[in-house]
Design a protein around this ligand. Structure first.
Ligand code: 2IT
Length: 442
């Protein structure tokens, strides 16, 4: 059996119950198979066995007291997966679904994503099974402070720099940064996604959604197409989804539907972002959209993928788009898909898109704009400068265009032109693998 497949088989036995992690690892290792097998120096150095094993995994108790005075306990995680090319970097997710399998899959993806940005950032990810929904600000603050009381021991601006993800935005980063600063007695850029008044970067909030659209536009332009005039649907009305809608509209696309977990809004005249954001800001019900835009429709409990479109941008969460959804999209004329979330399409869905010649931009390339801009925030913090919105946005745009060309070139070199899944995995892996080779068995 090939070296790569034997490492995958071992992993499947060792971490059999970590389904999301095995899913992500399978996609990556199968993509890397020909490349790794053609470079026997990797096997001689036991490189893949080391690559798939996190450098460190921290699992910890997070006790806190709710507003009724009751003691609550959540489980916190940080997987410090790979530091070959820079300090661990990656978000924290607060969501009831968080477990070690989810954090490991996200951290593994993050290694390759961060490598693709071209910046000096290693891969990590963390979070907790805490649900910020329905909690008061004070409860969220007490939770964040308790979370940092432990995570404090494992992070620093040179070691591991967390950021946001699902359930972790400006409010949570603020509370965590404040507690870290108090314990460390040191004002450091240890988090990204901070408020701009205390070291955050302009355009970080917009970066993931904008970056997704920049990459999709570049991919389309290389196939003599563009977003202008195209119909687009988006899942997820959070930070990534709403900024993807905004940038797609700026580039002249007609965004006709947005889906989230309670249902789907269809607005053929184009989604009104002001209305959508007003509902999000008060954590309201998306059914309210129709009150402000009576010609629109709200389909409770429906996924967005049944709405006919030319471009689909899944920006919500892992495995939100399965094989049946992919078949529906293709049958309805969808020709381009860009993943704004991490692993939103199942492997069968990706295979369906590939089989039908859909242009497909995988998340580790397409949503890298967020973490790329986090690295720009780290640069600004180190130099004690704050760049203008346009400067950051220009850099983001050129990073996304570079990522597209790098993954396209890697796909061509691998003999699979247009297969950006293989391209992204090889291009991201190569830099990390060669750095690991240079640093010896560590
Ligand atoms: O999935 C991601 O890339 C993020 N949640 C952002 C990570 C970061 O460090 O900005």
């Amino acid at each position: 059996m090939s070296y790569t497949l034997s490492v995958l088989e071992q992993l499947k036995i060792r971490d059999a119950r970590q389904t999301e992690f095995i899913q992500a690892a399978t996609e990556i290792l199968i993509s890397l198979k020909d490349y790794v097998d053609a470079n026997p120096q990797y096997e001689a150095a036991g490189l893949l066995e080391r690559f798939v094993e996190p450098e460190r995994q921290i699992v910890f108790r997070v006790p806190w007291i709710d507003d009724a005075g009751k003691v609550r306990v959540n489980r916190g995680y940080r997987v410090q997966y790979n530091s070959a090319i820079g300090p661990y970097k990656g978000g924290l997710r607060f969501h009831p679904s968080v477990n070690l399998s989810i954090v490991k899959f996200l951290a593994l993806e993050q290694i390759l994503k961060n490598s693709l940005t071209g910046q000096a950032i290693g891969g990590g990810k963390g979070g907790a099974d805490f649900d910020p929904m329905g909690k008061s600000d004070r409860e969220v603050m007490r939770f964040c402070q308790s979370f940092i009381n432990e995570l404090f021991h494992h992070i620093s601006h040179m070691t591991d720099v967390p950021a946001g993800d699902i359930g972790v935005g400006k409010r949570e980063i603020g509370y965590m940064f404040g507690q870290y600063k108090r314990l460390a007695n040191s004002f450091e850029g240890v988090f990204t996604g901070k408020g701009v008044d205390y070291g955050g970067s302009l355009a970080r909030t917009e970066a993931t959604g904008y970056g997704l659209v920049y990459l999709v536009e570049e991919m389309m332009s290389q196939h003599n197409q563009s977003l202008a005039g195209k119909t687009v649907i988006v899942s997820g009305a959070g930070n990534v989804g709403s900024h993807a809608v905004e940038k797609a509209q700026q580039l002249g696309a007609n965004v006709i539907a947005v889906g989230e977990f309670t249902g789907t809004i269809i607005d053929k005249q184009g989604i009104d972002l002001t209305v959508l954001r007003e509902i999000s800001a008060r954590r309201g019900n998306f059914a309210d959209y129709v009150a402000a835009r009576p010609h629109a429709e709200f389909l409770p409990g429906e996924k967005v993928w049944s709405v006919p479109c030319e471009i689909a941008l899944p920006c919500a969460t892992q495995n939100e788009l399965d094989e049946d959804d992919a078949k529906t999209l293709v049958a309805n004329g969808c020709t381009t898909v860009g993943e704004g979330a991490n692993m939103p399409c199942t492997m069968e869905a990706v295979e369906t898109f590939r089989h039908h010649g859909v242009l497909f931009a995988p998340g580790k390339a397409a949503n890298a704009g967020g973490v790329a801009t986090s690295a720009l925030e780290m640069s600004q913090n180190s130099s004690r400068l704050a760049w203008s919105f346009n400067k950051v946005d220009d850099k983001l745009q050129s990073i996304m265009i570079n990522i597209y060309h790098n993954i396209a070139a890697a796909a061509r070199e691998a003999g699979c032109p247009g297969n950006y899944v293989i391209g992204a995995n090889i291009a991201g892996f190569k830099k990390v693998a060669d750095a690991m080779m240079a640093q010896g068995v560590v």
